[in-house]
Design a protein around this ligand. Structure first.
Ligand code: ZN
Length: 454
């Protein structure tokens, strides 16, 4: 059993002072008490730690390499994807494990307690499965074992190169599985999680409407009857055009009418939706997995968070391409995108909650739903997923409650995150992951190894 004490903490009932949190041996919160005497590990400001709902860990190793214009004057997502495919030809399981550990370490240091990994790099270069078809999944699990992050593994089903069912290109061949092979891989991936702690979860991820056949997509929720289902949806204009051309409906329309979207689903991006699609999808109960930094990096467009939240839609945050892993910056970017589009201020605040408080509460709730993890609340029975902010610094000085949270998000950054616990595992202390040195050394060796690919 562990005890954490905080000068202030965000409880389900609101801000409280002198809060004591007890954690049981399994990593769940066993008791929360305010106005308590200091005991155990003492911190300044304690918050629940959110889930990072969308990540492709290996893409982190491409950061910094994709900022030049290609031969195509309107350089776009599609040229970025070309580089990704070239890079993919080199990655081996050791590389993937080292990059994933680095990514998970950065997530923890940013304040996330959980990594929902949308894992689609499965096979050897050329597309032949490894002897263990779930080898790459087992490497993601090994990384989680080293970093102590809460893992929600989402093996990705990627079968076709487009809506017409065309074959995968060379660059996509390492992702590819037909349904039968994918089911084998999915079972293997789940088996590879057996040595991880009991907070570990798994779900499934049809990559996108382009990548899985129509009939399979229609029966996805029945084929995989439990656990979360995540899918990219309505990210790029070209994708909308392609779905419309082949299936005579826009992606969100088609998914709503054919896939039985509900609270099990987390749809990633939604940056290309009409106002009526935004309302209908929000009403389905599915979570919108937003990745504001990556969506900015790729020029995807702006998610209509004002309309979505007005319709009681649920949101969560993901770091997606992992070009930069920064929780406070994701929230700031999301809010600023709305202000820039609408010419407003405090776009996502409510009459009761400040912008920062509203956003933080929303992503805690949406992240818990999207990962089907009992998290997001400092409350007995929930996993002890928590982060402590340093309020003694100049950015947060003189602020408390909502204004302190706003100061962290809008004036400060993730350097103010001092401690992070994932299901009670105290993985970040003094702002640094406990295995930082070894993880960085392995990551640097990997980058050296991959250099000639790029
Ligand atoms: Zn993605």
């Amino acid at each position: 059993m562990k005890t954490i004490w905080a000068k202030s903490a965000l409880l389900p009932s609101g801000w409280a002072s002198d809060v004591r949190v007890d954690i049981d041996v399994d990593g769940r919160i066993s008791a929360v008490q305010s106005d308590a005497a200091a005991a155990g590990t003492t911190t300044d400001m304690l918050l629940p730690s959110p889930v990072n709902v969308h990540s492709h860990a290996f893409q982190r190793a491409m950061a910094g390499l994709t900022e030049r214009r290609g031969p195509n004057p309107s350089d776009s997502f599609w040229t970025w994807r070309q580089l990704m495919f070239r890079f993919l030809d080199r990655l081996n399981p050791d590389h993937v494990q080292a990059i994933t550990a680095f990514v998970q370490m950065e997530m923890l240091e940013a304040g996330y307690a959980t990594n929902a990994e949308f894992h689609y790099l499965h096979h050897q270069p050329g597309g032949v499965p490894y002897d263990n078809i779930a080898e790459m999944s087992s490497r993601v699990a090994a990384a989680a074992s080293q970093t102590g992050i809460g893992l929600c593994l989402l093996p990705v089903h990627y079968q076709f190169g487009g809506c017409d069912g065309r074959a995968l290109t060379d660059g996509q061949i390492r992702f590819g599985n037909d349904l039968e092979q994918f089911q084998t891989l999915h079972d293997g991936a789940i088996a590879s999680l057996s040595s991880l702690p009991t907070d570990t979860k798994h779900g499934v991820a049809p990559h996108s409407l382009r990548a899985v056949g129509v009939e399979t997509l229609k029966s996805y929720a029945t084929l995989f009857p439990t656990g979360p289902i995540h899918m990219h949806l309505a990210e790029q204009v070209l994708e909308v055009d392609e779905v419309q051309a082949y299936w005579d409906a826009r992606p969100v329309e088609w998914a709503l009418d054919n896939m039985g979207l509900d609270a099990r689903w987390c749809l990633i991006h939604g940056t290309q939706m009409t106002p009526s699609e935004t309302v209908r999808l929000a009403q389905s109960g599915a979570v919108a997995g937003l990745c504001p930094i990556t969506e900015s990096s790729l020029g995807d467009g702006i998610f209509d968070a004002v309309r979505w939240l007005d319709t009681n839609g649920k949101i969560a945050i993901g770091s997606d391409s992992n070009v930069r892993i920064a929780l406070s910056e994701e929230l700031r970017t999301l809010e600023y995108s709305q202000r820039l589009r609408d010419g407003t201020r405090a776009a996502l605040a409510t009459s009761e909650l400040s912008t920062g408080h509203r956003l933080f509460e929303e992503i805690l709730r949406g992240g818990a739903q999207a990962a089907q993890r009992q998290t997001g609340r400092l409350e007995a029975g929930h996993w002890a997923d928590m982060m402590a902010l340093d309020t003694d610094n100049e950015h947060m000085w003189g602020r408390s409650g909502d204004t302190a949270l706003d100061a962290w998000i809008f004036a400060g950054d993730d350097r103010l995150v001092r401690d992070v616990w994932s299901a009670g595992r105290h993985m970040v202390t003094g702002g640094e992951h406990v295995a930082r040195k070894a993880i960085i050394a392995a990551y640097k060796r990997t980058i050296d190894d991959l250099k000639e690919a790029l």
